[in-house]
Design a protein around this ligand. Structure first.
Ligand code: GLV
Ligand code: MN
Ligand code: MN
Length: 413
């Protein structure tokens, strides 16, 4: 199977998957537990079956295809990424890694190797956390980090909890624990993903070998004030939630900038209630997403936000909540697997560089406890989480080939 054939198969699958979006013509919107997610999962199941894999969907909505090895109880080699997307996102974030994993299974089969252990291709459910403000739902469940309580604790902006959304989708949230794999059953985890930043494209480098992934904390902050008439309430007699919230929001980016080490913080969502031009706002909700390779920086910014809210809210006698949606520490990926990939890139004449990831991935969750590695393909102009996201199919083929060789090393042991 030549690299052109690999490119062709990956192109065919990703082109087909483009149709499973809630926003045709305006990027990929494939939120978890929706019709688009179901349609994409059904197609992934078809591809896995065609590839000769044993297919299951687990209690968390992950789709799993297994190429059976001689000893199915030996720790497996798992490869995958997520099939959900952000709102108006691109056609490659996550799903390209799922297709690369299926392609690796196809290539392994075609090579006719007899794997000593299972090779498992996975499409994870709800990596993005877009709908419920969370993240890494499917990969977390696989590691036993999600329970029924969790599914009841988080809701989307329509008030639908994960629990309710799962039921509507045909999954039983009471059984979420069944998605957990036994400790030691996953030997190595591999993920191919688009870079989602500008480095590889700007340099003209073909592949990124990912050394580490930033830690992340996410919060929904709600500041409570009091609704009043905008014209008649004197400035010193109002409980203006917008005034207090924006004083804090305006500092959050600077606190990250101050670290000057790649730490980033983002307020990506702000909502005022009731949201009238002539009404003092009684409530402001805003999200905070803080990321760094240095976990102390994340904690420091979180503490500063809390302190600033204490002060600003106390000044007008209001109150606030700061609800944690996600806390995950930075992870260093497997040196052993990075070295193997590096040698293979050299042998194949592919240009590469080692690099960190500022985006979160299922590998961030899985890499906390299992030897994990990632490979990045270039994102045109660094654009991602938007409809113009683009990577050449031939780049995915190179990534799949490198990952196939890597998987083979462990499958033959
Ligand atoms: C996922 O793409 C994230 O980094 O938020
Ligand atoms: Mn992704
Ligand atoms: Mn993403």
């Amino acid at each position: 199977m030549g690299i052109e054939d690999v490119t062709g198969r990956i192109a065919r699958d990703l082109e087909h998957l483009k149709q499973y979006t809630a926003t045709p013509g305006n990027g990929c919107t494939r939120l978890p537990f929706t019709k688009e997610a179901r349609d994409a999962v059904n197609y992934l199941k078809e591809l896995m079956t065609e590839a000769g894999l044993e297919v299951t969907e687990d209690a968390a909505g992950n789709v799993i295809g297994t190429l059976k090895g001689e000893d199915p109880d030996a720790p497996c080699v798992m490869m995958g990424s997520h099939y959900d997307s952000v709102v108006n996102g691109g056609d490659y974030d996550g799903i390209a890694g799922v297709i690369c994993a299926i392609e690796v299974a196809r290539l392994l089969k075609e090579e006719g190797i007899t794997p000593k252990r299972n090779f498992v291709a996975v499409g994870f459910c709800d990596e993005e956390g877009m709908r419920f403000g969370t993240g890494y739902f499917g990969s977390g469940a696989m590691l036993g980090h999600r329970d029924v309580e969790y599914t009841k604790n988080f809701a989307d902006t329509d008030g639908i909890t994960i629990y309710e959304a799962m039921k509507g989708y045909g999954l039983d949230p009471e059984k979420i624990g069944e998605a957990a794999w036994k400790e030691g059953s996953i030997g190595h985890f591999l993920e191919a993903h688009i870079e989602q930043g500008p480095v590889l494209d700007a340099e003209g480098t073909e592949l990124g070998l990912v050394e580490g992934i930033v830690g992340i904390q996410r919060y929904m902050v709600t500041v409570h004030g009091r609704a009043d008439h905008a014209g008649t309430t004197p400035m010193d007699m109002r409980m203006d939630a917008v005034d207090a919230a924006t004083k804090v929001i305006s500092k959050i980016a600077d606190w990250a900038r101050e670290k000057a080490d790649g730490t980033v913080s983002t307020v990506g969502y702000i909502n005022t209630v009731p949201g009238g031009m002539n009404i003092v706002a009684e409530k402001v909700e805003f999200t905070v997403d803080i990321r760094s390779m240095n976990n102390d920086n994340i904690n420091d910014i979180t503490n500063r936000i809390r302190k600033a809210l204490d002060k600003e809210v106390a000044e007008f006698g209001g109150s606030y909540e700061m609800d944690n949606k996600l806390t995950i520490t930075p992870v260093h990926l497997s040196e052993e697997m990075l070295d193997i990939m590096e040698e293979d890139c050299k042998a194949k004449g592919y240009s590469y560089r080692r690099m960190p990831s500022g985006a979160g991935h299922d590998s961030l969750e899985i890499g906390q406890s299992i030897p994990t590695v990632m490979i990045f393909t270039p994102s045109k102009d660094g654009r991602s989480h938007c409809p113009v996201e683009f990577t050449k199919y031939s780049e995915f083929a190179k990534a799949a080939t490198i990952m196939k060789d890597l998987a083979k090393r462990y499958l033959e042991k």
